[in-house]
Design a protein around this ligand. Structure first.
Ligand SMILES: Nc1ncnc2c1ncn2[C@@H]1O[C@H](COP(=O)(O)OP(=O)(O)OP(=O)(O)O)[C@@H](O)[C@H]1O
Length: 242
């Protein structure tokens, strides 16, 4: 069953159509990456999918229920981690639950068992400025996961990280996503990241923007070391630029 369906979306800014009938379906437990040039409409697509903005026309369905223009049904991690510097890691993580007015003890019971999986069990009493980039990103991911533990929209989740940390995060997040059968829609400029994390990749292109190219990614363990991987990377690059 589809976890998220975007059906025949239309949207314009200042009378210029950005989407003119865009559709996408993401299956439960699937990771779908959207790549595309700057300004093509990736963030707007996420804002529509998350209900932050309503499309001029078309529907957003989550678990088969119409949620068009309704916020609060997905976890949405913005490009910047947006951690509050004056709050400790624990309180930053607790934010979505505090906003739901959950009692403190219930918040504690939800957060504490998840800290080890996110590598934060030793860090929850620190302030964001005392963390590394990768640790901050884990805090932001856990906060997003607590706002919705089945569907996450991630906008450039690992872009601020160095090469080594990025690769560690891919491995960790890939395993976590599989274990929890999380459905994820990821925006990224990084083709390697898209290929590493996603089951399917779409190239968003043009004005109005369409999902012009679709790639299904081989997830076998030796794919990333294969010539096919380099060929796929080249094909995606050509699709973005062509
Ligand atoms: N609120 C708005 N009012 C007017 N135009 C907007 C608004 N939001 C976005 N746009 C325009 O819509 C287009 C798509 O913007 P969007 O931010 O979705 O692109 P993007 O692919 O996410 O870009 P980037 O990769 O640089 O973040 C751009 O031309 C942008 O200027």
């Amino acid at each position: 069953m589809s976890k998220l369906i975007l059906n025949n979306l239309h949207h314009s800014f200042e009378n210029k159509p950005l989407f003119n009938g865009l559709s996408l379906s993401v299956g439960t437990g699937e990771v779908v990456a959207i790549v595309g040039a700057s300004g093509v409409g990736k963030t707007t697509l996420f804002n529509i999918a998350s209900g932050l903005i309503a499309p001029s026309d078309g529907r957003v369905a989550i678990d088969g229920v119409d949620r068009t223009g309704q916020a609060g049904f997905v976890g949405y991690m913005l490009q910047k981690d947006l951690l509050l510097p004056f709050k400790r890691v624990y309180d930053n993580i607790a934010l979505p639950l505090t906003l739901q007015n959950l009692p403190k003890s219930a918040i504690h019971d939800k957060i504490m068992p998840l800290l080890p999986a996110f590598g934060l069990d030793e860090l929850h009493h620190k302030y964001p400025a005392q963390l590394s980039g990768g640790q901050r990103q884990r805090v932001a991911l856990l906060r997003t996961y607590l706002s919705n533990d089945s569907l996450m929209l991630l906008d450039e989740p690992f872009s601020a990280l160095d090469f080594v940390t990025k690769n560690q995060m891919y491995e960790w997040f890939g395993a976590f996503q599989k274990d929890k059968e999380l459905t994820c829609l990821i925006i990224t400029h990084d083709i390697d990241e898209a290929i590493y994390l996603a089951d399917e990749l779409y190239v968003l292109k043009g004005l109005p923007a369409t999902l012009a190219h679709h790639f299904v990614i081989d997830k076998s363990s030796d794919f990333l070391q294969s010539v096919e991987y380099l060929n796929l990377k080249q094909d995606v690059l050509r699709a973005i630029q062509g």
